[in-house]
Ligand binder design. Structure first.
Ligand code: SF4
Length: 336
């Protein structure tokens, strides 16, 4: 297939499906394209190690959204999943946003279809809608405030106590926040397939074999896992905790395995053990995140496709609750 034919197939295929010269140094090529096109490469912590190593910025949802909001680049290449690239586009309507594979979705975002959520919202009049950033632009447009796992607690605490709240789409994060803040938010019944996969029994067995290890968990994990965790936090918070903790050498990490690459880089003397899942597979990789590869990344930068395009009315409606999040985060001192 020639390149013109492959480009025509991108909307259906989701990515540019052509062979690459195997002798190409993709790291050097990606660096060249960044300079030539004034492109910035943002990568989520759950991306494969090669992509993290070539990125200009690696972060979790909050960090990536903040970086995307202030970049001067003409092109934002987003190595993450669809809702993240969508968030970058919402914040940067005049910039070209590229995603290596449009099929990189998210089971959590998919667990909240906009039509059903609209009905749910109508059944709870008078409620303020706080949505976790892991949702589609349509759900953002139906929300009053967006939050991330880094700022969720502070965002909820900034809302008057007598104001009823709907929290969407993650029931585990919502339940954790209800406990932390003493609220009784109405929760949408959504979840992330990766963070729901951990086995409590196997983690306890692992703890027995590594009695000095601390369990670090993301609040998207089920309550039973959070109960045995020594520390619960967003991906960035977990990373910082593991690196800065002077008393512990071993950690059992209950989140997507991609973060272990940065942990190992930032604290090479420590041991990081992925928390075991309850299936026979030995990994907790997010299948959506891992759809992006170095080859797809290079091709999308070289040919500037697939590009994330959005309806302008939807973009504007989805922007409002994100701006509200930034405003509150600034007010409570989380960002400058
Ligand atoms: S790890 Fe879970 S929440 Fe994150 S992109 Fe994958 S499916 Fe979505």
């Amino acid at each position: 297939m020639n390149i013109e034919e492959a480009i025509l197939k991108v909307p259906k295929r989701g990515f540019l499906d052509i062979d690459i010269d195997p002798t190409l140094d993709l790291f050097a090529e990606i660096e060249r394209l960044k300079k030539e096109k004034n492109a910035v490469l943002l990568a989520h912590y759950y991306q494969e190690a090669d992509i993290q190593d070539v990125a200009d910025y690696i972060g979790d949802s909050l960090g990536l959204a903040q970086y995307a909001a202030k970049t001067n680049a003409d092109i934002i290449v987003f190595a993450g999943v669809h809702f993240m690239a969508e968030t970058a586009k919402i914040l940067n309507p005049t910039k070209k946003v590229l995603l290596p594979d449009l099929n990189a979705g998210c089971s959590l975002a998919d667990s909240a279809p906009a039509d059903l959520f609209k009905c749910f919202k109508e059944q709870h009049p008078g409620h303020l809608v706080v949505s976790y950033v892991n949702c589609s632009a349509e759900i953002k447009a139906l929300s009053d405030i967006i939050c991330t796992s880094s700022n969720a607690e502070r965002i909820i605490e900034s809302i008057p106590e007598d104001q009823p709240i709907i929290f969407a789409p993650d029931k585990n994060l919502g339940g954790y926040l209800n406990k932390k803040t003493g609220r009784n938010m109405v929760l949408w019944n959504g979840a992330c397939m990766v963070h729901e996969i951990f086995s409590l029994e196997k983690i306890i067995k692992l703890k027995t074999r590594h009695p000095n290890a601390k369990v670090l968990a993301h609040p998207e994990c089920e309550e039973a896992i959070l109960r045995v965790a020594d520390y619960v936090g967003s991906t960035t918070q977990i990373l910082q905790y593991a690196v800065q903790d002077k008393t512990t050498q071993e950690f059992i990490v209950a989140t997507e395995t991609g973060i272990i690459h940065q942990m190992q880089k930032d604290a090479p003397e420590k041991t990081f053990i992925p928390a075991p899942p309850n299936n026979s597979c030995a990994c907790n990789d997010c299948p959506h995140m891992k759809l992006n590869t170095l080859e797809k990344l290079y091709l999308c930068m070289e040919y500037e496709t697939p590009e994330l395009v959005m309806d302008e009315a939807l973009r504007k409606a989805a922007l409002k609750p994100i701006e509200r999040m930034m405003e509150i985060s600034r007010k409570v001192g989380l960002i400058k």
